[in-house]
Structure formats: structure tokens, C-alpha cells
Design a protein around this ligand. Structure first.
Ligand code: 5AD
Ligand code: FES
Length: 352
């Protein structure tokens, strides 16, 4: 494999490859690429999943509006601030606020207030990433002005036809894409990503996802294997779910994205761990450099199940930290405490 010269057909080749020796070489190469571009430091983003109330109805997602089996919750302002303070005191550097999607005024103002409060109680030190779905440009701006500086909005798939099979007709691919542009124009560091191994998704579509990340100058990538949730319509399209294959496909995507984009931040997502106890460590070894420890109150975790078999539901935030320190130490990497951990890709743009 020639360095940094992967073509679309190379991407497709590796996505389809089943030769373990060749794949090990690919993962090692991606790991080296990571060392050269972002180094050994793993950055933490403590994630607070503060509400599962959602106005969307994505066919794959456990917290979709039509899933009436899900008990709905929302954390109070005080509970969220308590989690944020924990993240700050633990030296996490940066946190992610995620919830189901809502666009009503009460929600918009609630988030604005929370962001301002978190900045205040952390002496402006905690970095804040939002992952709150599609919003108007004005709302993105309002939250940015309040102090959020990164936003994650997965495109889910860059293929608009596949997108339409995963969502009801009123979930519009073009609008979602436009949101990414708005985020960039407002000034956020923009994160996106896809689900990997979806029904109807081909290796070519996945290769195009990677090309999409590069073309749109994405700073951070959060992507993970699709995992069927039994109370969702998409699950019925999956005849036989092969955990191992799905995990390997997720790792291939991480490795190929590292090789193709080089200096971005790539998260090793919890969905990998849902497929294998060491899934996130495998992700780091395949080229990822970000981990998102769950700092949501344990009492709410059970109700934020986007997919089946989500790990760590009974752990509390302190246990997650100890567990992660051990896991990261075991693979010879270190944690970038108290750092925002912007991607070198973003830093280079700032210097221009
Ligand atoms: N499997 C894997 N990821 C999922 N998400 C939602 N449902 C699933 C699932 N069944 C992901 C989507 C969404 C993010 C918050 O969670 O990519 O953007
Ligand atoms: Fe769209 Fe949960 S309902 S991702």
C-alpha cells in the first residue's frame, strides 16, 4: 500500500477484504498514521445524555418518537451541572451534551442557559460540544454565542437514496447537509459521521462516506457500527446479525478514515464496545484518538438506549474513568487530561 494515496477502489477493496493478515497490516498502517499526525494521546469527551425526548422518528433509533416502550426522561439543570462539574474536576477537558432532537423554544433556551452555566462554573475551561440534531442557523448561532464551540451531527450516510430508506419522508437529507454548512459558517468545529453496516449499504457507499468527510473538510468523525434495536422498524430488515463482521467493518472504516484524512479527530465509539468488551481499544489501535466516557447519571442510563446491548448501564461516572484509564494504559497510550484536544486539522486552519 502506497502512503496516503488511497483511491476509491482501494477503499472499496479493504472494505471488502476478509484476509486477516492484510487487515492487520491495514490497522497497523493506520495506527502509524495516527502516531505521526495526532500522537499517542487519547482525549476524553465526557458525554451527558440529558434527555431522550425526541421529535424525530428515524427507523433505526431506540429513542425514536414512535417507540412507546421507552420511558421518557429529562435531567434537571442542576443534575446536568453536577455532571459537568464532575467532568471538569476529573480533568476531562471537554464535554458533549447530547439528547433527543427538539426545536421548541423552551428547549432552545434551556440549552443556551446550560451552556452559559457550564462555562461559568468551569472558569471557561471546559470545552463544550453539542449533539442536539438539526436546528435553524439562528439556534446554532445562539448556542455558539453562549459558548459551545463544537457540534456533532452525523450525516448517517452520505448516500441520499440510502438515507431515505432509513427515515420517514419528512426527514430530509438535503436539510441535514445544509445544517453542516450552517454549523461551519457559524464557526463551530464540525463533526459528522455515519452508521456502518446498515441494511442496503454497500462497500462503495461506505467508501463514498470517507470521501465525503474529506471533501467537506470535516474536523471530527464519530461513526460506529449499526446495531439493531428490537423496538424499531429497521431491525426487521436484518436477517442475521453478525457481531464480529460488523465490528470488523467498523474498525476498517476507522482505519481507512485515518489513512485518508490523516489529521482529524476520530472517536472510538461506544457502539464498538457493545459488540466486543474491548471494542473501543480496538478502535484506538485502528486509528481513533477520542473516547467519550459516559457521565450521565446512572439512574437515567437505562433509558438512553439507541441500540441493543449498550454497555456500562450500571456503572457510574467514576467507575467509567477508572475503567478507561486501565484500558488505555493497557494498550500503551496516555490520556490528555485538562486539554480540549482540538484536531491538528482544525489547528492548522486556525493558523492560516
Ligand atoms: N445503531 C447504531 N447507532 C445508532 N444511532 C442511532 N441508532 C443507532 C443504532 N441502532 C446513532 C445515530 C445517531 C447517533 C446519536 O446515534 O448515528 O446520529
Ligand atoms: Fe433520529 Fe434517534 S430518532 S437518531
Amino acid at each position: 500500500m502506497k502512503k496516503n494515496k488511497l483511491t476509491k477502489s482501494d477503499l472499496i477493496h479493504f472494505l471488502q477484504c476478509e484476509d486477516q493478515k492484510e487487515l492487520d497490516k491495514l490497522f497497523n498502517r493506520a495506527y502509524q498514521e495516527k502516531m505521526e499526525n495526532v500522537g499517542k494521546k487519547v482525549y476524553f469527551r465526557g458525554i451527558i445524555e440529558f434527555s431522550n425526548i425526541c421529535s424525530k422518528d428515524c427507523f433505526y433509533c431506540g429513542i425514536r418518537q414512535s417507540n412507546q416502550k421507552m420511558t421518557r426522561f429529562r435531567m434537571t439543570e442542576d443534575e446536568i451541572l453536577e455532571c459537568a462539574e464532575f467532568a471538569w474536576k476529573m480533568g476531562y477537558g471537554s464535554l458533549v451534551l447530547q439528547s433527543g432532537e427538539r426545536t421548541d423554544r423552551e428547549f432552545i433556551e434551556f440549552v443556551e442557559k446550560i451552556v452559559r452555566q457550564i462555562k461559568k462554573i468551569s472558569n471557561d475551561e471546559l470545552g463544550i460540544t453539542l449533539s442536539l440534531g438539526e436546528q435553524s442557523k439562528e439556534t446554532f448561532q445562539k448556542w455558539f454565542d453562549a459558548g459551545a464551540h463544537r457540534y456533532l451531527l452525523r450525516i448517517e450516510t452520505s448516500n441520499s437514496r440510502l438515507y431515505s430508506t432509513l427515515h420517514p419522508p419528512d426527514h430530509d437529507f438535503q436539510y441535514r447537509f445544509q445544517c453542516l454548512e450552517h454549523l461551519r459558517n457559524v464557526g463551530y468545529q464540525v463533526g459528522t459521521g455515519v452508521m456502518i453496516g446498515l441494511p442496503g449499504q454497500t462497500a462503495e457507499m461506505l467508501a463514498e462516506d470517507i470521501i465525503f468527510f474529506k471533501k467537506h473538510d470535516i474536523d471530527m468523525i464519530g461513526m460506529g457500527p449499526y446495531i439493531p434495536h428490537p423496538d424499531t422498524p429497521l431491525a426487521s430488515k436484518v436477517k442475521k446479525f453478525d457481531k464480529k463482521k460488523q465490528l470488523t467493518l467498523g474498525l476498517k472504516m476507522i482505519a481507512l478514515t485515518r489513512l485518508y484524512l490523516q489529521d482529524v479527530n476520530i472517536a472510538s465509539t461506544t457502539a464498538l464496545q457493545a459488540l466486543h468488551p474491548e471494542g473501543r481499544e480496538f478502535g484506538l489501535k485502528a486509528g481513533a484518538n477520542i473516547i467519550m466516557p459516559n457521565i450521565t447519571h446512572t439512574k437515567y442510563r437505562d433509558n438512553y438506549k439507541l441500540y441493543d446491548g449498550k454497555p456500562c448501564l450500571n456503572e457510574n461516572a467514576k467507575m467509567c474513568r477508572v475503567c478507561l484509564e486501565g484500558r488505555i494504559g493497557n494498550i500503551g497510550e496516555e490520556i490528555g487530561y485538562n486539554l480540549w484536544g482540538d484536531s491538528p486539522h482544525f489547528q492548522k486552519k486556525q493558523k492560516k
